[in-house]
Design a protein around this ligand. Structure first.
Ligand code: FAD
Ligand code: NDP
Ligand SMILES: CC(C)=CCC[C@@H](C)[C@H]1CC[C@H]2C3=C(CC[C@]12C)[C@@]1(C)CC[C@H](O)C[C@@H]1CC3
Length: 501
């Protein structure tokens, strides 16, 4: 066997050896260190004063760059491997990197029901603190390592987005350091144009240093109903009617397992009562991967209901990285593995990314598809048929989200709030003619249907097509107002496939 193909064979079939015996222990050591560090060195809530000091340091860094390197546009110094994307952000190498790694919670304002956080705090750090204090956020993301800053500057959605919209819709105030090094506050009443333009701007209007997020009281459980459905027509109509029922539903999510089979999940936050049975703590290390658990209802063809602890529900896809981990540890869902080593899962995405070799990267580029498309909900059937023909990847993640008709980059195309769906496709395509060129065709298909695309993976669209997809009018005006032109790149300069590889 040629040495290259031997290497590929080993990487594809035996990456688990490295992951199980090296990466997972490293992940555990990282967790122990993080807990130790937090308890020993910073057994204190961050005070407003500490935060101000850190903000002043960033302002100094920006002003220093304005004097000594005015020709290099700026981006954050967050290393590419830490970011929740498959791609390498190669633009970081030639831009001026500003260190904005602020990762603490600043304060909870129970009266106004908001929490103020620094942008690099992750969902995995924030949610447990909030739940312990009796609060939660309306849109809690499903992967522990996503940061608040990343979700505002990219976009984020979850199974409660059909009610509350994209993650940034639950944010009420941003603190931003501009190209000149000034600190400005943006909200609906202060700098409203900047406030509207920040979401999805990918750090091209300034550096976020704090975000206020709306809070709501947390309850103990999510009462989750599972409903197997067959035929795409039924799947689409059932999903539409559940998203309209905002009185009864707090969460709506759909997993499609084949062209005509899906499980629709609807949930309500509840404290339960003494008669509450059927509690399923899906977050326990020995529990099966969530998508496999859901599939079991499809196989039994029975409706079912369970009470899932709130935090377990939020991070239900974290352990299996949706279904991506099965390509890396194929036996990860086997009971023997779960009971013996499940407690050290999940592998940290950042470590997987940091340690992947060029060959693994190439294999993913050539044989793997990961992307999310946001389309009007009425296009579900048409889109699944298209994705089936060109990719044939299952399961498919479908998450409804309401979009508003704003002047921001991502907005509803109608003049009223409209329901969209995120369609997430993650896995190895099962079609004989797959090549990575198909990705561009799919993006054009989505553009034609007046949809959008998440940008964590990057885009093959050209600048003109990209500007058709995302409304740049207000964004360009705000860029002029904030003197961004020679100081920050445009969004397209950060998300096109030439710089995100
Ligand atoms: C990009 C990518 C990365 C993966 N990384 C890992 C990993 O790190 N660890 C792990 O345990 N599993 C990984 N997998 C899963 C792995 O591909 C499957 O477990 C394996 O391919 C199943 O083999 P099969 O016998 O079903 O062959 P099939 O999947 O039917 O493959 C048919 C042919 O394609 C070749 N082939 C399939 N996938 C690849 C690939 N990725 N690169 C080159 N040739 C391929 C096979 O060698 C075979 O000749 C990865 C899959 C992909 C697509
Ligand atoms: N369920 C969901 O909705 C999921 C969403 N995602 C995607 O993942 C991304 C978030 O991942 P994460 O690793 O947290 O973030 P990233 O490091 O990927 O950052 C995303 C963007 O936000 C910018 N950014 C981050 N922090 C700041 C800041 N303080 N000031 C200015 N700009 C900032 C980054 O700028 P720069 O380039 O300068 O670093 C980058 O362009 C989003 O794009 C999101 O869409 C991924 C998985 C799931
Ligand atoms: C819910 C939404 C909107 C998106 C979910 C996306 C995730 C499935 C991907 C985001 C980052 C991806 C990475 C990988 C798998 C898929 C994601 C978690 C890897 C772990 C795959 C293995 C590689 O070696 C490293 C990848 C890092 C990023």
């Amino acid at each position: 066997m040629h040495s290259d193909s031997l290497l590929e064979y080993v990487l594809v079939n035996f990456r688990w050896v490295f992951v199980v015996f090296f990466l997972l222990p490293c992940t555990v050591m990282g967790k122990v260190w993080a807990t130790f560090e937090k308890n020993l060195w910073s057994r204190r809530r961050l005070t407003g004063l500490d935060h101000e000091k850190k903000v002043k340091n960033i302002q100094c860094e920006v002003r220093h760059r304005n004097v000594y390197a005015p020709n290099r546009v700026m981006c954050t110094a967050r290393p590419s491997w830490r970011s929740m994307t498959l791609a390498d952000m190669t633009y970081k190498k030639c831009m001026f990197n500003i260190n904005v790694h602020l990762d603490e919670m600043i304060s909870i304002d129970s009266h106004n029901q908001t929490v103020r956080v620094e942008p690099s705090i992750t969902m995995g750090q924030l949610i447990p603190i909030l739940i312990q204090s009796g609060w939660t956020v309306p849109v809690a993301l499903d992967m522990e390592d996503l940061t608040i800053g990343g979700l505002v500057m990219g976009i984020g959605l979850e199974s409660s987005s059909f009610k509350f919209g994209l993650f940034h819709k639950t944010c009420t105030r941003y603190e931003l350091i501009t190209a000149d090094g000034d600190l400005i506050i943006c909200s609906k009443s202060e700098n409203p144009d900047v406030f509207e333009s920040i979401p999805f701007s990918h750090g091209t209007l300034g550096f976020l240093t704090a975000v206020d997020i709306r809070l709501m009281p947390a309850k103990k459980y999510v009462r989750l109903q599972y409903r197997p459905i067959s035929s795409l027509e039924n799947i689409q109509s059932s999903l539409i009617s559940e998203t309209l029922d905002t009185e009864n539903n707090d969460f709506v999510e759909l997993l499609i397992y084949s062209k005509n089979e899906a499980v629709l999940m609807t949930g309500q936050m509840t404290d339960g009562d003494q008669s509450t049975k059927n509690i399923n703590e899906i977050g326990r290390f020995y529990k099966p991967w969530f998508f496999k658990h859901v599939e079991s209802f499809l196989l039994s063809q029975k409706n079912a209901e369970e009470y899932i602890p709130l935090q377990d529900y939020y991070f239900r896809h974290n352990n299996s990285l949706f279904w991506e981990i099965q390509d890396i540890i194929p036996f990860g869902n086997h009971p023997v593995f779960r009971y013996l080593l499940g407690w050290i899962m999940p592998a940290k995405v950042a470590l997987l990314k940091l340690t992947q070799t060029d060959t693994i990267k190439r294999l993913y580029d050539e044989h793997h598809f990961i992307d999310d498309f946001i389309l009007p909900i009425s296009c579900l059937k048409k889109s699944v048929e298209k994705f089936h023909e060109h990719l044939n990847i299952y399961p498919i993640w479908v998450c409804p989200a309401v979009l508003n008709p704003s002047h921001g980059l991502v907005h509803s195309h109608a003049s009223v709030d409209s329901m969209y769906i995120d369609i997430g496709l993650y896995g190895e395509p099962n079609v004989s003619n797959y090549n990575s060129g198909i990705a561009k065709d799919l993006e054009l298909f989505v553009l034609k249907l007046k949809g959008f695309k998440m940008m964590y993976i990057g885009t093959h669209l050209n600048m003109h097509e990209f500007k058709k997809m995302f409304n740049h009018c207000l964004y360009q005006r705000v860029r002029m107002q904030l003197n961004c032109e020679y100081n920050f790149p445009e969004v397209y300069d950060k998300v096109n496939k030439k710089v995100r590889r």
